[in-house]
Design a protein around this ligand. Structure first.
Ligand SMILES: Cc1cc2nc3c(=O)[nH]c(=O)nc-3n(C[C@H](O)[C@H](O)[C@H](O)COP(=O)(O)OP(=O)(O)OC[C@H]3O[C@@H](n4cnc5c(N)ncnc54)[C@H](O)[C@@H]3O)c2cc1C
Length: 395
């Protein structure tokens, strides 16, 4: 049977960053991933990295391609009533910035660097099961190409996302679950077209939210608000462009460039947290433990922050026997998770069309407008928004 100090389930941002940080501490970890390498390196998801995420990756020598290819941003645009309002978060937050870099690029970088340093990833690991997490000798079992495989480890990191095998391995009675579906969904669109904006745009519109995000000089990402459960078949390309034109329109002659749609899908929004994020020798990190609505672009950044806390705590425990940081892992991470949930939910309600069936919809729309005007009109309110958006805490 194979052995490693830490068995990591999932080769997403959380699992891969954790693997690298542990290796920098001199701790051996093995990563299990149910999909193929090609699949995870092409999966389109997030694209906005906080300064502290980038700083962490830089400190560990994981940011060379990101630095060369990522785009640094210092402001974001809020649109409503056809007017544009720039929040200069760089100026408001002491020069801190965000970097646009596609998640699949980052995952590809982390996999390449991990394999180059001699690390192991068992791709296409099917039916991963966690055994003995309550005791001192946990084991991971899976099948690969019809063979049964086992890994004995001292600790297990469940970094396998919302639908993974790790969280369900914890007895339900040991977890408190906060699951809050939101009355919003996004049609996410990837298009082969140069961006029509230099900074990310969030547009609040009576037809629904529209977002113009950035990826590269030749590819752009767009989001359109729809209702949860809306099938993507109801969104032919012509309808997507028509809605984007209407919702992003401004009164100053700005125009939207169109291009071939490469990919599109609908994602329902939810807020989800489990407490605690640990059970016995299993530690959950990233989407396995929490989902934030994507509005504030925080999910990936939270996943990396969890990985950092977990790597340091595991290193202390494995190398000195001091378990205090590991015991406090969940509480340490949850403090950040709840602050980010608060901001992400607030921002979601700030820029989406409030559905008619929402209790007090008319009142809430008036309050929403007052908040938008305050964020765009008051330097103090803009600074508060910017602080959460850019993520002010240290890396
Ligand atoms: C469509 C979409 C758009 C998003 N947009 C944004 C955005 O704009 N900004 C933002 O910050 N966040 C966004 N997010 C969220 C962000 O992508 C996630 O928060 C981030 O991927 C979390 O990283 P993770 O490593 O925790 O989980 P994941 O990236 O989900 O990685 C988990 C890994 O575990 C693997 N796995 C799953 N089950 C098993 C199993 N049983 N055994 C072995 N391996 C398994 C998966 O294949 C995957 O590779 C988006 C998410 C989605 C789905």
């Amino acid at each position: 049977m194979a052995r490693a100090a830490v068995g990591i389930v999932g080769a997403g941002p959380a699992g891969l960053v954790l693997a690298h940080l542990l290796a920098d501490h001199g701790i051996e970890a093995v990563v299990l991933e149910q999909k193929s390498r090609e699949y995870v390196e092409k999966r389109v998801r997030a694209g906005l990295l906080e300064h502290r995420t980038v700083a962490l990756l830089e400190r560990h020598g994981l940011a060379e391609r990101l630095r060369a290819r990522g785009q640094v941003h210092r402001g974001v645009e809020l649109r409503f009533d056809g007017a544009r309002h720039r929040i200069a978060y760089g100026e408001l937050c002491g020069g801190r910035h965000m970097t646009v870099y596609a998640q699949q690029e980052l995952v590809g970088d982390l996999i390449g660097l991990w394999l180059a340093r001699g690390g192991t990833i068992a791709f296409e690991a099917e039916d991963v099961r966690l055994h003995g997490i309550e005791g001192e000798r946990p084991e991971l079992c899976w099948s690969a190409g019809g063979r049964s495989e086992r890994l004995a480890c001292e600790f297990v990191a469940g970094c396998d996302g919302f639908h993974g095998a790790s969280r369900p391995a914890i007895p339900a009675a040991a977890l408190r679950v906060y699951d809050h579906p939101l009355p919003f969904a996004w049609v996410g669109v990837l298009a082969a077209v140069a961006p029509s904006t230099e900074e990310i745009v969030y547009a609040q519109h009576e037809r629904g939210f529209a977002g113009h995000m950035l990826r590269s000089d030749t590819v752009s990402r767009f989001y359109l608000q729809t209702a949860p459960g809306d099938p993507i078949e109801r969104w032919p390309d012509a309808r997507i462009w028509d809605e984007l034109h209407r919702r992003l329109a401004t009164g100053d002659g700005w125009t939207l460039r169109e291009g071939p749609v490469l990919e599109k899908s609908v994602t329902d929004m939810r807020s989800f947290v489990v407490e605690p994020m640990q059970f016995g020798r299993l530690f959950l990190a990233g989407d396995a433990a929490h989902i934030v609505p994507p509005t504030g672009a925080k999910g990936l950044n939270l996943a990396v922050a969890d990985a950092r806390v977990l790597a340091d705590a595991l290193a202390l425990r494995l190398q000195t026997g001091d378990a205090r940081a590991l015991d406090a892992y969940s509480a340490t991470c949850l403090a950040r998770v709840w602050r980010v949930q608060d901001f992400s939910i607030w921002m979601t309600w700030l820029i989406h069309r409030i559905p008619d069936e929402t209790p007090d919809a008319a009142l809430r729309r008036r309050l929403q407008r007052a908040q938008l005007e305050r964020v765009c009109g008051s330097p103090a309110a803009a600074a508060t928004f910017a602080e959460s958006y850019v993520g002010l805490e240290e890396a």
